[in-house]
Design a protein around this ligand. Sequence first.
Ligand SMILES: [Zn+2]
Ligand SMILES: [Zn+2]
Length: 553
Amino acid sequence: MGYSEIYCHLCGVSFNIARRRKLGEPDFAQWDYTGDQSNLGVDEVDLEECAQKGCAMAVMYSGSTENIYKDNAVNDPDYIADHANDSHNGYEYDSDYESTDAMSRSDSGDNADDEDCEMQWYHDWLSTTVDLGSQRGEPIRALGNLTSKQMAELSFPVTSNGIPDGYTDEQLEHIGGPECTEHNAYSGYAISLEEMRGCRTAQFLVHRNQSRGNWRPDGLCEDWELSQPWFLSGLTDGVASRDMGPDEVFPTRGGVSHPWADNINFDPKHMQGDEFAIPFHPWCFDIFCRQSQAKFNRINVAGLIKWRDSEFSYDDFHNFPRCAEVFSAQEQFWSHVPGSEYLAASPLHVPNLPPILQAAVGDANFNTSAGVFDLSLHMSHGTSVHDPLATLPLEIRHLILGFLGSRDIANLRLASRAFQQLPNGLWYRLVREEMPWLWEAWPETECAHTPSPWTEMTANETKTFHQYRETYKSRLTSEGQFSTDAVSDLLPWPRTPQIRLPRNATNWYQLYTDVRHSWGQLKGLQNRKRIWEDVEEIIARIRRYSGDDNLST
Ligand SMILES: [Zn+2]
Ligand SMILES: [Zn+2]
C-alpha cells in the first residue's frame, strides 16, 4: 500500500494540510503536507506558467530553520514578547496565556525585584533544559506574531526571461502567486495563518482496551470520560499515511502514546471496532458535543460509536454525504484547490467574527423594542398608493412575518409600506433558524457548553506547553514545593472567554446582515456551517441506529 490518507471521521477533511507563504511572511508560515518547512527553488517550477500567475522569486534566507526559533523565551532569555500593539478586550482571543508571558509576569506586584530574579533564574534554567528542536507542522502561537517578524525580503516578479542577473537558481525561492498551483498547498494570499490555526491538529477517541488497564483520570478529563469506555487521546500535528503506522500523540493519556485509528475497517472478520480509535479535529468533536448536548442532553459517545461501527466500510465512509469541495479534494494527496481554503479554517476561533458580534451589542441607545429600521429618510415620499396590507392589525402582520423566511420578508418590505418597519425579534428568529451554527446567539439556558481544553491549542503548542509544565514540575519538585495546583497557577491551561449575545440587548438585524455581508471574510464560519451540517447528519444517523427516530428534541 502506498500513501493513503486518514481523514477527520466527522468532517472528511485531511489533517495533512499544506500552506505556502505569501511575500512578506516568514518561512515558518509555509509547510508541505508532511509539515516540513520546505521551500521550492525557482529551478523546480515552470517559470513560463508562473510568470502568468503573478508569482515571485525571493532570495532565500540563510540558515532558515534557525530563524524560526530565534525569537522565543526558551532559546533567547532576552526575548520580550511583543504585545505593545495588542488591544485587549473581552471579545478578542486572549493571547495572554502564551508561555512567553508566564516568563514575564514579574512586571507587576510588590516583590518585583525578587520575582525578576527568580524569573531570570527560570529563564536561564529553561533555556538549558527545554529543547523545542525543529518542530514540524504548524508554528507555535508564541512565534506566530507575523507583523513583528516581517522582514525586508528581497524579491523579484517571475518573468519568462529567467532569473535576475547576479543570482543563481539555488539562491532563489519560488513564492507562488494567488493562482499558482506549483505547490499543492493553500495560498497565504487566500487564507491567513491565524485563520488556519489548528488545521493539522488531530485527536483520537480511544477505547480503554487500547490502554491495557492504564487509563486513569488525569486532571484533563471531561466528565463523560469518567463513565464511558472511550477517552480522548493527546494531540498530533498531521496524520501519517496508513502504511506508516500510528502517530505519536502528546500528551500520552491512558498509557496510549500511539493510538491505532482509521476511517475504515479493512478486515472486519478479524478486527473489532473497539480496536480502532476515531480520528477527528478537536474542533469537529466540539461541534459534535454542542449538537449532542442540544439534542440528547448529553455527550452521546455511545451513539457516536454505534454510528461509526455500523458504517465502517470503505463504501460507507466514502458515501457519507459531504460538500462537493471535500469530495474533490480527497485525492491520494489532499488536493488544495484554490477557492476551498475555508475547509482548513478554524470554526471556533474566527478572527473576523468578534468585531461583528461586538458591533451588534455596541449601541447603548439601541431600543430593542422599537423597529430596527430608521424610516425617517423614507417617510417623505408619497403615500398615495393603496396598500391593502396596511389595514391589517399589527398582530396579524407579525403573525404573517412568523411564517416567512428572509428572502420573502425582503420582498414583502419592498411591496408594502405596512412591512417597512420590522421588529428586532423577527431578526432573532431568522438568525436562529438560518444560522443554527451561530452558537454565540444561543441563550445559556438552551445549551451550556464549555469547549474542551483540546480546542485551545494546536498539537505543537500543546507539546510545548507540556514541556514547560514538566520543567516547572521538576523545578518545584527539586525545591520540595511541587503540587499540581502550584504548576497550574504558574502555567494555567488557556481558556478563551465564550461570547454570548444577550437576547434583549443585541441588534439582531445588524448581526444578521453583517454576517451575510462579510461571509467571504468569515472562512471559519463557512467551515463551521459545513461541519455543523455533517454533524447534523451524524446525529440523525445515531438516532436511527438507536431506534429513536421519533425523539423530538
Ligand atoms: Zn474535522
Ligand atoms: Zn508559481
